[in-house]
Design a protein around this ligand. Structure first.
Ligand code: FES
Length: 111
């Protein structure tokens, strides 16, 4: 278990290891934008304060972040893909979703 603090909601959740960030947010009524829940639409990206709070990114997540011109170093994660590492507390900034648009992606997730 580790603590995830969602801002600007200012809600802290004790989250189980390996739980997807989107699941944690939805179960706790955190207002978060999302669409496909499968690394295809790009709507669910959030900013995290400590990348080690999540398990390493898989190729599908990294590929989509690149296509929508978002950083792939771990400071931005797709909430539908990022799984809690259970080792580190972190802050997740949902307001980051207001700073980018995944509109460059078309229906099947390709450009
Ligand atoms: S909800 Fe579509 S990429 Fe995460």
């Amino acid at each position: 278990m580790s603590l995830i603090k969602f801002i600007p909601a200012n809600v802290t959740i004790d989250a189980a290891k390996d739980t997807k960030l989107l699941v944690v947010a939805r179960k706790n009524q955190i207002p978060i934008r999302f669409g496909c829940a499968s690394a295809r639409c790009g709507t669910c990206a959030v900013k995290v304060s400590d990348p080690s709070a999540f398990l390493p990114m898989q190729s599908n997540e990294e590929s989509l972040l690149k296509r929508i011109n978002l950083p792939t170093g771990g400071e931005v994660r797709l909430a539908c893909q990022a799984r809690n590492s259970g080792t580190t507390d972190t802050m997740v900034d949902i307001s980051f979703q207001e700073t980018y648009s995944p509109d460059d992606l078309e229906g099947d997730g390709s450009l």
